[in-house]
Design a protein around this ligand. Structure first.
Ligand code: HXC
Length: 263
């Protein structure tokens, strides 16, 4: 059950990158469930189609467009399709991300660069592609960050660096695009159940030990991240820009580096 009115986003159009699975798919469904027409992009058309089918079955509108955020021209095609279909764009959620556990010593230049390309440069690429539509009516960008870079998280040199860059990009774009009435904020999820990220970073037995270190003593849910997004695209946050909102059950405050449980 959402805390927000069903018609919160009526009349608005949203694009969610990484919308084919996990947190991105949950955000797309929540935006559609609150009245937005939603486009999703990702690399795998079949995954996107499955998410779109669910949104349409629930009474929403969804455009499922295969695009790799590493390719600016693919994102230009996505925003062109959105303009052709709906003639506007109000909300961009940058959810596309890639990750794996690897010590820096074993990480190739391409391994490091691939994650930076998807997470950081992909976020930049999508922001750039969306700008011509967003600036027409004003709008909101939400970048999905992380808390990995608040401490020296082992095995995450690539992802922590990329997410730190996303926070920096969020602040700079908030300043540059504020006068265009485009708010740019970020959400930093902690450990969220049912995501590919947790499958990759916290398989099996490690989860119990992780849970014991989270002040709220549980993993978060995709729905809880979606609720934070709804707040941050709603008028309730109209004066918020350049903020990075942590939604992690207090995990990072404890100073425990849950990925480091592997080390
Ligand atoms: C070391 C690795 C590796 C691993 C890949 N690489 N996996 N290096 N350990 N486990 C290296 C490869 O060897 C290669 O370098 C380079 O990375 C690119 O790999 P490719 O497989 O060619 O790349 P690609 O097919 O584009 O796949 C990208 C990916 C993949 C990031 C590597 O994992 C992916 O597609 N992930 C998308 C889904 C995902 O990860 N979701 C979880 C996000 S979690 P060389 O030198 O050999 O060419 C998240 C949450 C963070 O972001 C915060 C949590 C709290």
């Amino acid at each position: 059950m959402s805390s927000f009115r069903e018609d919160l986003l009526r009349g608005q159009v949203a694009l969610v990158t990484g919308g084919g699975s996990g947190i991105g798919a949950g955000i797309a469904a929540a935006l559609a469930g609150h009245g937005a027409r939603v486009a999703i992009c990702g690399r795998t058309q079949a995954k996107l189609d499955a998410v779109a089918e669910g949104i349409v079955a629930a009474g929403g509108e969804c455009l499922a467009l295969a695009a790799d955020v590493r390719r600016p021209e693919a994102l230009a095609a996505v925003t062109a399709a959105i303009e052709a279909r709906w003639g506007q764009l109000d909300v961009l959620v940058n959810g596309a991300a890639g990750n794996f556990l690897a010590p820096a010593a074993a990480l190739s230049a391409n391994g490091f660069g691939t994650v930076v390309d998807i997470d950081l440069k992909g976020t930049f690429n999508a922001c750039k592609a969306a700008l011509p539509l967003l600036e027409r009516r004003g709008g909101v960008v939400i970048n999905i960050s992380a808390t990995l870079h608040y401490a020296g998280t082992p095995l995450q040199a690539h992802a922590a660096s990329a997410k730190a860059g996303i926070d920096a990009l969020t602040r700079t774009l908030a300043v540059e695009w504020g006068p265009l009435q485009i708010r740019v904020n970020a959400i930093a999820p902690g450990p969220i159940a049912g995501t590919e990220g947790m499958e990759r970073l916290a398989p099996g037995a490690i989860r119990e030990r992780m849970t014991a270190q989270i002040p709220l003593r549980r993993f978060g849910t995709i729905a809880e991240i979606a609720e934070a997004v709804l707040f941050m695209v709603s008028p309730a946050s109209a004066y918020m820009t350049g903020a990075v909102v942590v939604v992690d059950g207090g995990q990072w405050l404890t100073g425990t580096n849950f990925v480091g449980l592997f080390g």
